[in-house]
Design a protein around this ligand. Structure first.
Ligand SMILES: Cc1cc2nc3c(=O)[nH]c(=O)nc-3n(C[C@H](O)[C@H](O)[C@H](O)COP(=O)(O)O)c2cc1C
Length: 169
């Protein structure tokens, strides 16, 4: 099968997921692996992935998925806030809005991805100003939990998911 893997990654987390998918597809013909392109590669299945930017996929991925019609799509993403399937589902619903109904969505995968240290520093500064803010404490805890992700369990999960996508096809 011809497979295209298109991703957007600022700090490398989503790229790691994309590379893991590519490795897992060793018996398939990966015709494209990289960031969004003007010319849409011709493939049977499109693995499309993004980091989470203010509650949605990156702008380049939103623009890219809008152009895909009559294809099979497997969507993947990383997010700073993790550990909750319902949060991942919400994120997927937000990108799904831009996926044309002529496409077949094979499934989606998310995992947590570490964030830049500046995010924690911002929370720390805020907490000195608002020491009783429970949300800020949760955010710092979550930041620390994200630091090890994507981890080996995430990568094993994405490998399984990749194979399921081929079966769903
Ligand atoms: C500007 C900015 C906005 C972000 N917004 C969110 C967000 O709304 N929700 C979330 O879960 N993570 C958010 N994150 C965290 C990233 O999506 C997460 O760390 C992701 O794994 C980064 O992937 P990358 O390394 O492929 O760029 C944000 C990060 C940055 C830098």
């Amino acid at each position: 099968m011809d497979i295209a893997i298109i991703y957007s990654s600022n700090t490398g987390n989503t790229k790691t997921i994309a590379e893991t998918i590519k490795k897992e597809l060793k018996n398939e013909n990966v015709v494209y692996f990289g960031t969004t392109t003007k010319e849409i590669p011709v493939a049977d299945i499109y693995f499309i992935g993004s980091w989470t930017n203010k509650g949605n996929a990156s702008d380049d991925i939103i623009e890219f998925v809008k152009q895909i019609k009559n294809k099979k799509i497997a969507y993947f993403g990383t997010a700073g806030y993790g550990g909750s399937e319902s949060y991942y589902q919400t994120l997927f619903e937000r990108i799904k809005v831009y996926i044309d109904s002529s496409n077949k969505i094979l499934g989606y995968f998310y995992c947590q991805g570490k964030m830049p240290i500046q995010v924690r520093e911002r929370y720390e500064k805020m907490i000195t100003e608002h020491p009783d803010d429970a949300n800020l404490k949760v955010n710092i805890k979550n930041f620390d939990e994200a630091l090890t992700h994507p981890d080996n369990v995430d990568l094993e999960n994405v490998k399984k998911w990749t194979n399921n996508m081929l079966k769903n096809n």
